[in-house]
Design a protein around this ligand. Structure first.
Ligand SMILES: [Zn+2]
Length: 457
């Protein structure tokens, strides 16, 4: 450490001299301007250093190298190229080979390092992708510029973000193949140790507006469902993190739990196309090997169908908050406020203590005067076997998918429905997949795959 500090010190002093002179010329200066100036000069220094390092990487060229066609390539000259990095455009020179009978030429250094002349470096791509999964492409460039000290176009950020989505889609396809390989599954059954005990799953869907070009070249809009799923385990919420809502629930016997290690997967696809991804991600998280699987979801039919087909022995729980919301909507639709409160109090108490019969009857009585009550009646009747909240609490299950749901919302609502967001089908899927990977803590894995581009694709 001492050594490198000593080495850098003369450089820093020289830079301080240069900046000092510039500041003197400018007169009245604030600290922020000093900071900005240093950052800008450091970026220029990085730009030059990067160019020198790259140019030195193969400055003793071989005279001949083998060509992919089986022939030989001959050294031509040092040929310049540039890449867009966190230091802005960096120019470098590398050895260039040609002269094979096949007519092809190449720069081996680019292949070795994964550089693509005229394109973004892997280092910058990781930052652009992280911005693109968070912000609308439209203004992400403007938002990034003060951080990066360089302008990146909307299209570049979109392209780089969706490339991470493509890498994630490739990972998923590999996982799907693996999860359908009987030999692999049998081997896994024999060798896997450290199996999870109680695993949770939640699945949800949300509508995304997709713009499509029809046959007459006109733009049309279509709503498509983004299906989002996640796997997780739970842990008690520490006392100092408990909210008022938590404490209230605790007084009536609810354990205060939160999800941890949440892993997301998503796609815009029909159920039968989504199912292999659901199975593969379950396999990856060893859900199929867990001693107990609990699903906390809302009532959509396709969701429970998926659960029942793949995990027939799983515990099925209707998310408490969805059930609660249904009853709130009925109360609001049928009663004036003074009558709504006691009615709601009664049905929620009954539901909390597992008396679904009371809730079903209460909704049925109102069904003739309210469509919402009629729908609620059907909902509670069809899902009654998933609403034994008294028993679930006794067994220590988490009954709300609230934490998880906010996570599922993070993928769709928070990114795909941002104002300014316009999507074609592929763009929506790839951006969501990249975001899901980031939320699951897999960003580094995608970055490692991105390092190997353009060769990886
Ligand atoms: Zn050749």
């Amino acid at each position: 450490m001492e050594f490198s500090t000593e080495k850098i010190k003369p450089l820093a002093e020289e830079l301080a001299d240069i900046i000092g002179r510039e500041l003197n010329e400018e007169g009245d200066i604030k600290e922020r301007q000093i900071e900005e100036k240093i950052r800008k000069r450091l970026q220029e220094l990085g730009q030059m250093t990067f160019g020198i390092v790259l140019s030195r990487a193969d400055d003793v060229p071989e005279q001949e190298i083998p060509c992919e066609c089986g022939g030989m390539l001959h050294y031509q000259r040092r040929r310049p190229a540039k890449v867009l990095s966190v230091f802005d455009w960096v120019e470098y020179k590398r050895s260039y080979y040609a002269g094979c009978t096949c007519g092809k030429g190449k720069a081996p250094l680019d292949e070795k390092l994964g550089l693509e002349p005229g394109q973004v470096t892997a280092g910058l791509a990781a930052l652009l992708g992280m911005t693109g999964i968070e912000l609308a492409f439209e203004y992400s460039g403007r938002w990034l510029e003060p951080f990066l000290l360089l302008a990146v176009s909307e299209n570049t950020i979109r392209k780089e973000t969706q490339q991470f989505g493509e890498l994630q889609a490739e990972r998923e396809n590999k996982l799907i193949k693996q999860s359908q390989d009987i030999a692999y599954l049998q081997e896994r059954l024999r060798t896997e140790t450290d199996l999870p005990e109680r695993m949770y799953g939640s699945i949800d869907g949300a509508q995304v507006r997709i713009e499509e070009r029809n046959q007459d070249e006109k733009n049309t809009e279509k709503w498509r469902e983004m299906k989002v799923g996640c796997w997780y385990t739970v842990e008690p919420v520490p006392n100092n993190h408990q909210t008022k809502r938590h404490r209230k629930k605790k007084t009536i016997g609810q354990q205060v739990l939160r999800a941890k290690g949440i892993r997301y997967f998503c796609d815009i696809a029909e159920v039968d196309e989504f199912e292999p991804l659901f199975q593969a991600s379950a396999c990856q998280e060893k859900v199929d090997l867990a001693s107990e699987v609990v699903f906390v979801c809302d009532g959509a039919k396709w969701i429970w169908g998926l659960v029942e087909r793949n995990f027939p022995h799983a515990v099925q729980i209707i998310d408490w908050y969805h059930a609660e919301e249904r009853l709130e909507n009925v109360a609001r639709d049928v009663f004036t406020e003074d009558k709504a409160v006691p009615w709601l109090d009664d049905v929620l108490t009954a539901l909390w203590y597992g008396d679904t019969h009371f809730v079903i009857t209460a909704c049925e009585k109102l069904a003739s005067q309210s469509e919402i009550a009629s729908q609620a009646f059907t909902y509670f009747r069809n899902n009654a076997h998933r609403m034994h909240y008294d028993r679930y609490r006794e067994n220590g299950y988490m009954i709300g998918s609230g934490t998880v749901e906010s996570g599922c919302k993070q993928i769709v609502t928070h990114r795909l429905k941002r104002s300014g967001a316009q999507w074609n089908l592929n763009g929506a899927i790839l951006t969501a997949k990249a975001r899901a990977a980031w939320l699951s803590g897999d960003w580094e894995i995608l970055c490692a795959l991105r390092d190997r581009l353009p060769l990886a694709i």
